[in-house]
Design a protein around this ligand. Structure first.
Ligand code: ATP
Length: 269
């Protein structure tokens, strides 16, 4: 049976939300938006989300505030979009770009004309005025990168001072940092190379944090530049990642004691 089309998710299923997100990705895959490897990457993300408790942490909120401050302070902010991002949160990408005056650029590891165009269409349908990085537009090159992600738009990522890269790969984050750009990553895995190379890492699920980032942008865009600069200067990504790991450690410690003492089999976490 084709579970993508016929899958019925009972609303009271204990993991209904997680199944709905998977379903969106499967549909995205069928439409040529999501790459095969994107489905696997999602699975890795889900595993870390389980460890985090599938909730936005205080530490992720702090990173989001710093990220919005960085986007609002930047001259050329760009939101880089891949297949999973386009399948899961296209409307929030568009809203965030409008609230922060950021450009939207399609950037793919597995680049194909069809996929680029399909992603652009999704973003236009979600209300984007302009989508960079598609076809001939991706004519500039990021040095030192061998994957097709090296191809960027001369009006977008090439000249950007800050790039928001949800679900990035480590190599490109490193290359963008070497080009002197601020990189904001959204990655559920605090151990990934992306998480460690980024300037600001938001350890949260993209489906939870993008709506929150739009809200924050609305609240923060009236702030003075000095105040935004203060928020950014107070942020330390090493400390932020350490807090994300401590959160997981603490949580697993509590669960381990709970497993030992009580009969919790069959209960949710
Ligand atoms: P790196 O190269 O950075 O060490 P990687 O090899 O895991 O990491 P990818 O295979 O590109 O990189 O995986 C993408 C990352 O995206 C994974 O680390 C995964 O945790 C994360 N991820 C997947 N889905 C989501 C999601 N919905 N929200 C946030 N992060 C996600």
């Amino acid at each position: 049976m084709d579970e993508g089309v016929h899958m019925h998710i009972p609303p009271d299923h204990p993991r209904a939300e997680s199944l709905r997100i998977r379903h969106k990705l499967i549909e995205g895959f069928k439409k040529g938006i999501v790459a095969q490897a994107g489905l696997i990457a999602h699975g890795r993300g889900e595993a870390f989300d389980y460890l985090l408790g599938e909730k936005t942490t205080d530490n992720a909120m702090k990173a989001m505030k710093a990220a919005i401050a960085a986007l609002l302070l930047s001259k050329h902010p760009v939101i880089s979009v891949n297949g999973n991002t386009a399948a899961l949160v296209p409307e929030y990408v568009v809203e965030l770009s409008k609230e922060t005056n950021a450009k939207i650029e399609v950037n793919l590891f597995y680049r194909s004309k069809e996929r680029e165009v399909a992603i652009k269409e999704v973003l236009l349908e979600a209300g984007a005025d302009e989508v960079l990085g598609v076809g001939e537009r991706a004519s500039a090159t990021i040095p030192e990168l061998s994957s097709l992600r090296r191809k960027v738009d001369p009006d977008g990522i090439l000249i950007a001072d800050t790039v928001l890269v949800p679900l990035e790969d480590g190599d490109r984050t490193e290359a963008l940092r070497k080009m002197g750009k601020n990189v904001i990553a959204i990655d559920l895995n605090p151990l990934s190379r992306t998480a460690r190379y980024a300037t600001i890492t938001i350890v949260d699920n993209i489906v939870r944090c993008m709506p929150k980032m739009v809200e924050l942008a609305r609240e923060m865009k009236g702030m003075e530049r000095d105040e935004l600069r203060g928020i950014l200067d107070d942020f330390d990504n090493g400390k932020n990642l350490a807090e994300a790991l401590d959160h997981i450690i603490r949580r697993l410690g509590e669960l381990s004691r709970k497993f030992e003492k009580e009969k919790i089999l069959g209960e949710g976490l």
